[in-house]
Ligand binder design. Structure first.
Ligand SMILES: [Zn+2]
Length: 299
């Protein structure tokens, strides 16, 4: 293997998971039962949908209780030593709000990249089961199948699979500047990359060009893919792209965007370094937009 073939070390939050997802066990009831009965098997614990960390910076786990039912659990995968990890699909609701609970942002930095990735996948899966109790085709009750990686309708037999919704997130580049924007929900001064859901019938590149045209009135030419990030709130896949702008005239869609501006490398560097006089506050380091700005500085 030469240098360019090597898989780069993951650095983006919610990537870098180390579990073997062991999908061959999901469809083999005997092997799944064996994994469930393995004395090493563990159940990953969540607090509602929030992570439950140990002092060692790992997700809390417990051995499989004698009265636990396999059908109520998903197989997350196998650790490198073969330890099976499961998670309960019965959501123990906490009183915390379900979207962007601040507790998550306090806990994530305490976890290793691999544990944060494990949490992200588990959270998305448990949340999906909770929101898909009924068949989208006929309305009857569904139940987990394939070790928690699908649900099936008891009435019409339709199978439903956990969703991942693609979202493009992009920086437009013109000369030696990039375009950043402030969402109306962000505090004053906080800027990030523009983003939007990919619509049916669109490629990533087309979604990037459409979003930049709709939200800031910028026409773009070439679009390059950079990297991606699973974002488990509830189940987006952020697809980071760089777009070459054909001009700099901004026309805001004020419903979607509060402010947008072109910034220089020096301004991005100052913002990421947290300098007092920086022109804007950067996106959180957990978000892929932060990695995009760093990538651009180094490119
Ligand atoms: Zn059905």
């Amino acid at each position: 293997m030469n240098q360019t073939d090597a898989i780069p070390a993951p650095t983006i939050t919610f990537t870098g998971g180390t579990l073997d997802r062991a999908d061959q066990l999901r469809v083999n009831p005997d092997r799944l039962e064996t994994a469930w009965a393995d004395p090493r098997a563990l159940i990953v614990l969540l607090d509602g949908l929030d992570p439950l960390p140990t002092d060692a910076g790992t997700l809390a786990t417990m051995p499989v209780p004698a009265d636990a039912v396999l059908a109520d659990h998903a197989l997350l995968g196998l650790r490198e030593d073969g330890t099976p990890l499961f998670i309960s699909l019965i959501l123990a609701r906490s009183d915390a709000p379900q979207s962007f609970p601040p507790k998550v942002w306090e806990i994530i930095p305490q976890l290793s990249l691999a544990e944060a990735a494990l949490y992200g996948g588990a959270r998305s899966l448990v949340d999906w089961h909770d929101r898909h109790q009924f068949c989208a085709r006929c309305g009857a009750q569904t139940h987990p199948v394939k070790a928690g990686w699908a649900r099936q309708c008891a009435t019409c037999s339709a199978e439903h699979f956990p969703r991942t919704d693609p979202v493009v997130i992009m920086l437009a580049e013109y000369g030696d500047q990039v375009l950043i924007a402030r969402n109306p929900r962000f505090p004053a001064g906080r800027f990030s990359a523009l983003a939007g859901f990919v619509e049916p019938g669109e490629s990533f590149e087309e979604a990037v060009r459409r979003e930049l045209w709709e939200e800031v009135g910028i026409r773009t030419g070439r679009v390059d893919y950079l990297f991606s990030q699973p974002w488990p709130f509830p189940s987006q896949l952020m697809i980071a792209c760089m777009a070459q702008a054909l001009g700099t005239q901004i026309t805001l869609d004020e419903q979607e965007i509060a402010e947008a501006m072109w910034v220089s490398r020096a301004e991005v560097r100052a913002a990421l370094a947290g300098e007092a006089g920086a022109r804007f506050l950067p996106p959180t380091s957990v978000a892929v937009a932060s990695h995009m700005l760093r990538w651009w500085l180094e490119s």
